[in-house]
Design a binder for this molecule. Structure first.
Ligand SMILES: CSC[C@H]1O[C@H](OP(=O)(O)O)[C@H](O)[C@@H]1O
Ligand code: ADE
Length: 287
């Protein structure tokens, strides 16, 4: 049975319709995740839901404990993570209310967010060439087709630090860089999911045109909220459709770290092996 982790973004603070729900307080070596995690059955799948900003949206993007969130989902047996995220559109054709299945990211966050599970004593370099899982993207695309909302099958998400929205100069620059949508949360989340060998894909929900468009008001929280409620209801329908579909896992995400760890296993200190066992225990066996 597939085990999905849903990271709910702005507006998606709880999952309706879960059966046999357990509310779990998970501890990790990195501290607590954003909230308790709700695990239960939806359709034919097991689903673990975590509101990224906490259930009352108390955590701003820079304060989210991304390592704890990903580690906690991994320890619960999650294999595929779906990020549901509100975004600003940087392209005319991505109107507010549209969905985007993100395929690429540009990380424009500052250095302040802990963004790796590797630390002094163990070095690893995973590939981020294709940062999202093509199987999970395909599944999301099929699910969106059942919901009847205009969906863009690919798009580049630029992750800014926030919490302030962008200046017009920045917004124009992101467009020149080839970004299609802008948000504040998918990095380092996607990097950590890759290090944790989880499939990761983002269902991005466009709420506004940021501030690059001459004939539109610049983005504000009011503007986001106005569109967000309908977007979130659409996202719930997409997740319900996904839960009815047979899971696809014909990808290499679950071996993402197989050739990434450069430190010889015998040189890794026992306390680090223990700490990272939920992620890499299978690699601690010496050849
Ligand atoms: C309330 S608009 C700005 C806020 O919404 C997005 O968050 P999320 O990706 O969790 O939906 C954006 O990144 C900002 O954090
Ligand atoms: N314009 C925008 N910039 C950054 N994050 C957003 N989330 C929703 N709209 C956004």
């Amino acid at each position: 049975m597939a085990v999905y982790g849903i990271i709910g973004g702005s507006g998606l603070y709880q999952m309706d319709g879960l059966r046999n729900v357990e509310e779990l307080e998970v501890t990790t070596p990195y501290g607590p995740p954003s909230d308790r995690i709700f695990c239960g059955q939806l359709g034919d799948v097991t689903l673990c839901f975590l509101p990224r900003h906490g259930r009352n949206h108390t955590l701003p993007p820079s304060e989210i404990n991304f390592r704890a969130n990903i580690f906690a989902l991994k320890t619960l047996g999650v294999e595929q993570v779906i990020s549901v995220s509100a975004v600003g559109s940087l392209q005319q054709q991505i109107a507010p209310g549209h969905m985007v299945i993100v395929d690429q990211f540009i990380d424009f966050t500052r250095a302040s967010r802990p963004h790796t599970f590797f630390e002094a004593g163990i070095t690893g370099h995973v590939s981020m060439a294709d940062p999202t899982c093509h199987c999970l993207r395909q599944a999301l695309l099929e699910a969106t087709s059942k919901v009847g909302v205009t969906t863009h099958s690919s798009g580049t998400y630029i992750c800014m630090e926030g919490p302030q929205f962008s200046s017009r100069a920045e917004s124009h620059m992101y467009r020149q860089w080839g970004a299609d949508i802008v948000g504040m949360t998918n990095m380092p989340e996607a990097k950590l999911a890759r290090e944790a060998e989880l499939c990761y894909a983002t269902l991005a929900l466009s709420t506004d045109y940021d501030c690059w468009k001459e004939d539109e008001e610049h983005v504000s929280v009011d503007m986001v909220l106005e569109v967000m409620h309908q977007n979130v209801s659409n996202a719930r329908r997409v997740l319900a459709a996904l839960a009815q579909m047979p899971p696809l896992r014909d990808c290499s995400c679950s071996q993402a770290a197989a050739t990434a760890i450069i430190t010889p296993v015998e040189a890794i200190a026992p306390h680090l092996k223990e700490k990272l066992a939920p992620l890499y225990k299978k690699y601690w066996v010496q050849p």
